[in-house]
Design a protein around this ligand. Structure first.
Ligand code: IPE
Ligand code: MG
Length: 215
């Protein structure tokens, strides 16, 4: 979800305002995705590298995470959506960790719909974390064990969409992206619309995926 800062700058507003509006779009976009047939989506809110931004900005974004979880908690339950925050949440305050844990526990048995937020997330962190988990359980490091220990639990994205104009993964799901379709949009995240998502899905549906095999 790239482009909040530039969107706000274009409107002579603060970066924080951009994050606030950007954050308010996330759940709506998830609902549009499920409307269009996608049952599982991860939103990249903060990368490991983004955490090096000013404390004011990272703190503000962590509060946005809190307010959006609180706002949508009941809706997650009503619609049977499994919610999870993936990433290194160890630096968050105990209150926030507690809220995340409560929400994850309350939704952990839902299997049909998944909404994940990647926070202080890095694909490199995810791989290292998976290796360390496997080692601590005395499991061998194979393709399958590693895939299962990733924060996404062996669920790989079919499609990765990045808004904001840059064509790079920026440390997102490096292992899981192995055969993802990639879509890069010039749209700044707060401007994303239902029509944009419909067009992306139409293009995805029309793409023949071979997974490296001659078909
Ligand atoms: C994306 O918006 C959201 C986060 C990384 C938290 P940016 O903050 O990267 O916005 P730009 O790239 O400065 O426009
Ligand atoms: Mg950016």
């Amino acid at each position: 979800m790239d482009g909040n800062g530039r969107w706000a700058h274009n409107k002579h507003e603060s970066r924080q305002y951009g994050h606030k509006i950007g954050s308010s779009k996330v759940y709506d976009v998830y609902k549009i995705c499920t409307d269009l047939g996608c049952k599982s989506a991860t939103f990249f809110a903060m990368s490991s590298e983004n955490m090096q931004r000013d404390n004011d900005e990272t703190e503000f974004i962590s509060q946005l995470l809190v307010s959006s979880i609180e706002k949508h908690f009941l809706d997650l339950l009503e619609n049977k959506i499994k919610f999870k925050v993936i990433g290194d949440t160890s630096s968050l305050s105990n209150d926030i960790k507690q809220l995340i844990n409560t929400t994850e526990q309350a939704t952990k048995n839902f299997t049909e719909f998944k909404m994940y937020i990647a926070y202080n997330y890095g694909g490199q962190w995810d791989i290292l974390n998976a290796v360390n988990l496997a080692l601590s359980n005395n499991d061998s490091i194979t393709h399958d064990t590693l895939s299962n220990y990733l924060s996404t639990e062996n669920d790989f994205p079919d499609l990765i969409v990045r808004t904001g104009g840059y064509k790079r993964l920026s440390n997102f799901m490096l292992w899981q992206a192995v055969y993802s379709e990639l879509e890069f949009l010039d749209i700044l995240w707060p401007d994303i619309s239902r029509r944009d998502i419909e067009l992306i899905f139409e293009q995805y549906t029309a793409t023949k995926r071979n997974f490296g095999i001659v078909k």
